[in-house]
Design a protein around this ligand. Structure first.
Ligand SMILES: [Zn+2]
Length: 490
């Protein structure tokens, strides 16, 4: 197949960018590939193209509904028969889409891994031949990645069920050891090629600045804010510091939006919508915000505290400058931050008694999770220490063990849980085996190592900021010419 000729014939492009052509050659030759490429570097074409020119279905597994909706629309605009089936669509739309899937009407289909839990879906899918299985945000499959998602670990089983098609795994943030784990978890072993594409963020200027207190941080961010020229996001590790900064801004009469885990489902949705729809907005958020949002004009990202890993950091700052125009990332570092982050990691691995207590509390009262988020349980279990996020961690762990309904499902509320009498998120009590199998000590050490990696990156004075990040992900060191280190050393 002449790939370039097909590209020009079916798509509004005249050439491939980054590693698109290499990726397509690989998967068309029947070989699986793991591609390390950030969002915004043309990865969607890597599944749109095979969907458009191929005979059968291209199935994309994605962790995020927002991203799937966006991709469904883009596919339709390109004249690809595409669809996204997720918990955010109505019952009647779902039935209609299942039927069309059964009738082999689709070329490109987006689902979350949780969709495979539904028998109706698997039945409709089984009428199709899947030519290519795309695993988006593939680092979610690895416990060593920074964003583990339990249902991702079942993808190799799903793959068997659909006849072991060629796999294209995509991720923006995987270190060499996480890359190895992705390949192993997907069962691809030797038949997989690793391809780097478009990691360079030439429009992004990174700076890391030492500060002495939160007041100092507040003032610095306040002076850097520019509310007339594009959107901005300030990321917080702690809800506590987010709320304090929000009060500070209110005192200065600066309009802003907030997004964090202590807000109810409706408040979060409305905040997100306003961020997407408006031109020049300022958002204060915890790291859960922004996943899958493709807003082109984010001009500045601020990190109020140091994130837990280079992976998280690169993902967060990667949301700036998607339109290719100049964008800035400011990270503030104070002496307290390392201890806050270490405490944060400690909270990620709550003790057995805590997990059990939380489970029983959920069993007794699940509805508060829908209405108030985690704050209800935190106040009861953690004595109102707002920094303590053990309840979120405990939920994650229980979800991984299959003891509770996945949080994403609860929040999207496909089944209208809030209206169900006696609604429960709990499925089964955690057992001794669950506790024994989870090697918390190893995971804890691993997270601490990731934190030390980003801390030494931030403190490093011998390398370009971006170049050092490329190296961390196993790519070539290239000096960016825009970061604070490059400015001082060129
Ligand atoms: Zn640089």
């Amino acid at each position: 197949m002449n790939l370039l000729a097909e590209l020009k014939k079916h798509f509004p492009y005249i050439q491939f960018v980054h590693s698109q052509e290499k990726i397509l050659q690989t998967v068309f030759s029947g070989k699986s590939a793991l591609a390390i490429m950030p969002t915004g570097s043309g990865k969607s074409l890597c599944y749109q193209f095979p969907a458009k020119v191929g005979q059968n279905l291209v199935l994309v597994i994605s962790p995020l509904i927002a991203l799937m909706q966006d991709q469904e629309k883009k596919a339709l605009d390109l004249g690809i028969r595409g669809a996204a089936i997720h918990s955010g669509i109505s019952g009647s739309e779902r039935v209609r889409k299942y039927q069309k899937l059964k009738d082999k009407q689709y070329q490109l289909l987006f689902v979350t891994p949780e969709r495979f839990r539904k028998k109706e879906f698997r039945d409709s899918l089984s009428a199709n031949t899947v030519d290519l299985l795309v695993v988006d945000e593939a680092h979610c499959i690895s416990l060593w990645g920074h964003d583990f998602r339990p249902d991702y670990s079942k993808i190799s089983e799903f793959r068997k069920d659909i006849g072991n098609p060629t796999v294209l795994a995509l991720t923006a943030t995987a270190t060499p050891s996480t890359q190895d784990d992705i390949i192993k978890q997907l069962g691809l072993a030797e038949q997989c090629e690793t391809i780097y594409g478009g990691m360079e963020r030439t429009e992004l200027a990174i700076s890391v600045e030492d500060v002495y207190s939160n007041e100092d941080k507040n003032d610095k961010i306040f002076h850097l804010l520019n509310t007339k020229n594009g959107s901005q996001v300030v990321y917080f590790l702690l809800i506590e510091s987010l709320v304090k900064f929000s009060n500070f801004l209110r005192g200065k009469k600066i309009e802003h939006l907030v997004y964090h885990g202590d807000l109810g489902k409706d408040q979060r949705a409305s905040s997100l919508n306003r961020f997407i729809k408006n031109e020049n907005v300022l958002m204060l958020a915890t790291p859960a915000f922004g996943l899958g949002i493709d807003k082109p004009n984010i001009r500045q990202i601020f990190n109020y505290e140091i994130p837990g890993s280079i992976e998280s950091y690169f993902q967060e700052i990667g949301r700036a400058g998607r339109d290719g125009q100049h964008a800035e990332a400011h990270l503030f570092l104070s002496d307290d931050d390392l201890s806050i982050s270490m405490e944060f990691i400690k909270w990620a691995y709550p003790e057995k008694e805590f997990i059990q207590k939380f489970y029983y509390m959920l069993e007794e009262n699940s509805i508060s999770l829908l209405q108030e988020g985690f704050s209800f349980y935190r106040e009861k279990l953690s004595f109102k220490n707002r920094r303590d996020y053990r309840v979120e961690s405990a939920y994650n762990i229980l979800e991984r063990w299959g003891c509770v309904i996945p949080l994403s499902e609860v929040l999207s509320d496909e089944n209208n849980y809030a209206a169900q009498k006696g609604f429960k998120v709990t499925l089964r009590e955690p057992t001794e085996t669950d506790f024994k199998n989870e090697n918390q000590k190893v995971l804890f050490q691993h997270q601490n190592k990731k934190l030390l990696d980003i801390y030494s990156w931030a403190k490093n004075e011998t390398k370009c900021r971006l170049g050092a990040i490329y190296e961390y992900f196993g790519a070539d060191y290239i000096e960016c010419g825009k970061c604070d280190w490059c400015h001082e050393n060129q």
